[in-house]
Design a protein around this ligand. Structure first.
Ligand code: UD1
Length: 372
């Protein structure tokens, strides 16, 4: 089976690391890796290939940044040529970014089997670009691999046949489990002069949070109070940095004495940083999942999440984007220990299950697969 894997952004690299490893462990799947180039900076891309031992991309479309339409269209134009040349049996996409949707549209129209990993997640908030990408990708993909039970329910409610759906677990957690001990040797705590449990970690990159000055101001107001109680380590995503530099909020943030503003970190350094923190504040989807497995309290600075299991079974709490809600959430988390458990099939073996299903469907190698 010739399988083209698509990766374009930082969270995609984390997911495909485990999927490609599981596919390469079989003799029957030939993997071709296409990097769309949506993320291209060393610390958003190459660093992850090094940290996670991902094979170098076979093809890089080098699309770079742009508006949604321009970026999606450019990926489609360039990827169409790849499909014509490579003639894959199937194309596998992960997550919910523009690269995901662009490549699914191209493959499906060329009648290539399409596979979506992390299918069925829904925030029910169509102001999020990712939600549009999710709904459209799932509607036309042939095989849908689901990470949590809400995904099964959402897909069924959208009328998608159960025969296309497989509940396999979470590939992001596969990568976390595979790299936990390696991350131990990261020197990031010493480098930043941090004590275990003595700091919080913050990440922000959602357009709804960082592109809207009024919302961003509310978040900075909350951070001003939180940093009076605990050090905040803030690796800044490029989108967020641009916004901070273009307005006075950046100056205000820089002036707060107990916030450490740093460049985006690699996978291993970030895992070590998060694992040893007291609490995480984030608007990322992946971090909601990782903190659940690490047992680190997580405050999600959003009104909704497409990953409800991280709330029902994990450490995650939604605190919204208002200053009062964020600060109250922080205070509450500091004085109560939310109980949590490991969600079903978040066991480090999701990618193996995916490879087994693919062998079953495409190579006719059956190993009693029944994950629906
Ligand atoms: C994208 C995804 C988002 C995902 C996030 C992970 C979409 C619609 N959004 O958002 O779902 O959670 O990645 O990080 O696909 N930039 C750099 N270097 C890079 C990449 C980007 O400097 O390597 C800058 C560019 O100026 C760019 C901005 O960051 O304009 C935003 O990048 P973009 O790829 O448009 O979206 P993200 O905000 O990263």
């Amino acid at each position: 089976m010739k399988l083209v894997h698509i990766a374009g952004t930082r969270p995609n690299f984390v997911k495909i690391a485990s999927i490609i490893r599981a596919c390469n462990a079989t003799d029957e799947i030939e993997s071709v890796l296409v990097h769309t180039g949506q993320h291209y900076s060393d610390n958003m891309s190459k660093r992850f290939f090094r940290d996670l031992d991902i094979p170098l991309p076979d093809i890089n479309l080098e699309v770079g940044s742009g508006s949604h339409a321009a970026q999606t269209a450019e990926i489609m134009k360039r990827f169409e040529k790849v499909v014509i040349e490579q003639k894959p049996d199937a194309v596998l996409v992960v997550g919910d970014v523009n690269s995901t949707l662009a490549c699914v549209l191209v493959s499906k129209k060329m009648q290539i089997e399409t596979i979506h990993v992390e299918a069925g997640l829904r925030s029910f908030d169509r102001t999020m670009p990712e939600e549009i990408n999710r709904v459209l990708t799932d509607a036309i993909s042939d095989i849908l691999f689901v990470s949590e039970p809400s995904g099964l329910m959402n897909l069924r409610n959208e009328g998608i046949s159960s025969s296309r759906i497989y509940f396999v677990g979470n590939v992001m957690i596969d990568t976390l489990e595979a790299n936990k001990s390696k991350a131990e040797s990261s020197t990031i705590l010493n480098d930043l002069d941090l004590r275990r449990n003595g700091y919080s970690v913050l990440t922000l990159h959602r357009p709804a949070n960082v592109d809207d000055g009024n919302v961003f101001k509310e978040i900075v107001d909350a951070l001003a109070k939180i940093q009076e109680e605990i050090k905040v380590v803030f690796p800044i995503h490029p989108r967020t940095r641009q916004n901070l530099e273009s307005n006075s909020l950046g100056q205000r943030l820089k002036a707060l004495p107990n916030i450490l503003l740093i460049e985006p970190l690699g996978y291993l350094d970030f895992l070590k940083l998060m694992s040893n923190s007291k609490i995480v504040l984030t608007d990322s989807g992946g971090i909601q999942e990782e903190s659940t497995i690490l047992g680190i309290p997580c405050l999600t600075l959003r009104e909704n999440t497409e990953r409800p299991i991280t709330i029902h079974e994990g450490t995650n709490i939604l605190v919204g984007m208002g200053a009062a809600g964020i600060f109250n959430g922080y205070k509450k988390s500091m004085c109560t220990n939310k109980s949590y458990r490991r969600p079903k099939l978040w066991d480090g073996k999701a990618s193996e299950r995916i490879a087994k299903v693919l062998l079953n469907l495409f190579v006719n190698i059956s190993s009693a697969v029944n994950y629906a």
